[in-house]
Design a protein around this ligand. Structure first.
Ligand SMILES: CC(=O)N[C@H]1[C@@H](OP(=O)(O)OP(=O)(O)OC[C@H]2O[C@@H](n3ccc(=O)[nH]c3=O)[C@H](O)[C@@H]2O)O[C@H](CO)[C@@H](O)[C@@H]1O
Ligand SMILES: C=C(OP(=O)(O)O)C(=O)O
Length: 429
């Protein structure tokens, strides 16, 4: 099993290109199921979750391949779908596979999708996805670990979802995406109240609009969708937005190690809450059209924060910012409000010498002047990133085990870090 070997203590210097956003790529690849014409998606990151999504699409009879000419383009043809089932073997490795439910049900009137199940960061139910599709007339049963869904028959005897007014119990990102995709091909109007506003949602909406969908209000808490009978390939290929969490991870790495790094293909306007906290920590962050520069020297200052829905501080940056706080001057309080079990990096950071106490959804981090390298184990995607950041600062060698979690969501992270001066390599022992 691969590990990362890091020799810490080097400042980072240079330029990194940020990849397309994982959390936009996954719904946008699933949206291909809505469309009977072949099309191309641009700026698709090279990471394991994308590979798994391409497998799910192929399992259903679609062709989904990277372009031989341009690696970040994916060509998808979902004109000949021969299965509307997402099997357990594929779904179990990636929760986002629930995103095929809305498109399958909307276009084919039927879907059978394995329940994604719980995962390391919390129980993560999908009841709001199901509730929303039921409101659109779907009959849904959950049996033997599968969601079986059937759209209602219309007057012409076709199985088509019906537009509905849906208010989710909480703000859910993939729930909003699934319902928006389902509503794009439903009969009549759907209004999604309490919709998520994360930048990946307007990006998906823009892609769907390019395919002929009628959507308004994306990026706000109320999204209005007028269903259309069919979607088509966009005239101009959709280009996925830059990954704000990958960008935020590199910003935190520099805030922790010190240095001067420019991120290319990055959007500061998607990272306001994180950049504010980096300023508080003492880093200098400047930005322009498509780039962000971070400069840092000496120990950061401890910064308290609370995770919440966009545009507040993202839960997906909590672990990485905690790593910065581990070596900061002062004490920081961190409150995690989105997932009930997202502090699993704490015990591993403590193996590197961090001083952290947790109580329910709160963590108190007392900064220490130095961390010391050790063997540590990744437990989930962003936990892995926090251990890499801590390893870059720690004295001596850190080995991060179980980096398959990291590979799920980062595009060649160690190569990008090496290019800006980190001493990091992938080893297989
Ligand atoms: C692929 C993707 O985009 N993943 C992101 C998405 O996950 P995901 O879409 O799974 O997260 P949600 O926004 O749905 O979850 C928010 C909260 O609502 C709860 N909930 C959600 C749906 C539901 O039907 N019932 C329910 O109880 C969840 O357990 C969680 O406590 O948003 C999260 C919150 O920003 C991010 O951490 C993930 O990186
Ligand atoms: C939790 C995350 O992803 P997922 O929803 O795919 O598990 C993440 O990207 O940090």
């Amino acid at each position: 099993m691969d590990k990362l070997l890091i020799r810490g203590g080097r400042a980072l210097q240079g330029e990194v290109t940020i990849s397309g956003a994982k959390n936009a790529a996954l719904p946008e690849l699933c949206a291909a199921l809505l469309c009977p014409e072949p099309f191309t998606l641009r700026n698709v990151p090279r990471l394991q979750d994308v590979a798994t999504t391409l497998k799910v699409l192929r399992h259903m009879g679609a062709s989904a391949e990277r372009s031989p000419e341009r690696d970040s383009d994916v060509h998808i043809d979902a004109s000949r779908i021969n299965s509307t089932e997402a099997p357990y073997e594929l779904v179990k490795t990636m929760r986002a596979s629930i995103l095929v439910l809305g498109p399958l049900l909307a276009r084919f009137g039927t879907a059978r999708v394995s329940l994604p199940g719980g995962c390391a960061i919390g129980s993560r139910p999908v009841d709001q996805h199901i509730k929303g599709m039921q409101a659109m007339g779907a009959e849904i049963s959950v049996e033997h670990g599968f969601i079986n869904a059937l759209a209602p028959l219309n007057a012409a005897g076709q199985r088509r979802l019906r537009g509905a007014r849906i208010t989710t119990d909480m703000v859910t990102v993939t729930g909003t995406e699934n319902l928006m995709m389902a509503a794009a091909l439903a009969e009549g109007e759907t209004i999604l109240e309490n919709a998520a506003q994360e930048p990946e949602i307007p990006d998906l909406a823009e892609m769907l609009i390019g395919m002929g969908a009628k959507i308004e209000g994306h990026g706000t808490h109320r999204i209005r969708i007028q269903g259309v009978p069919a979607l088509h390939a966009p005239q101009v290929p959709h280009c996925i937005i830059p990954d704000r969490i990958e960008a935020g991870t590199f910003l935190c790495a520099v805030a922790a190690t010190g240095g001067d790094v420019v991120l290319q293909n990055a959007r500061a306007d998607h990272l306001d809450a994180v950049i504010d906290k980096l300023h508080e920590a003492g880093a200098t962050v400047t930005s322009g059209d498509g780039w962000i520069r971070v400069q840092a020297a000496g120990r950061p200052k401890a910064v308290s924060f609370r995770t919440s829905e966009y545009p507040a501080f993202p839960t997906d940056m909590q672990a990485q910012f905690m790593a910065v706080n581990c070596i900061a001057e002062g004490t920081a309080k961190i409150s995690e409000t989105i997932f009930e079990n997202r502090f699993m990096h704490v015990s591993e950071l403590m193996r590197l010498g961090a001083k952290i106490e947790t109580d329910g959804h709160m963590a108190v981090v007392q900064g220490v002047p130095r961390l010391s390298g050790a063997m540590v184990m990744a437990t989930d995607l962003r936990a892995s990133a926090s251990l890499v950041i801590a390893g870059l600062v720690a004295e001596g060698e850190t080995k991060v085990d179980r980096i398959y979690h990291l590979d799920r969501g980062y595009d060649r992270m160690e190569a990008k870090l090496r290019a800006i001066g980190a001493d990091i390599e992938r080893i297989s022992q």
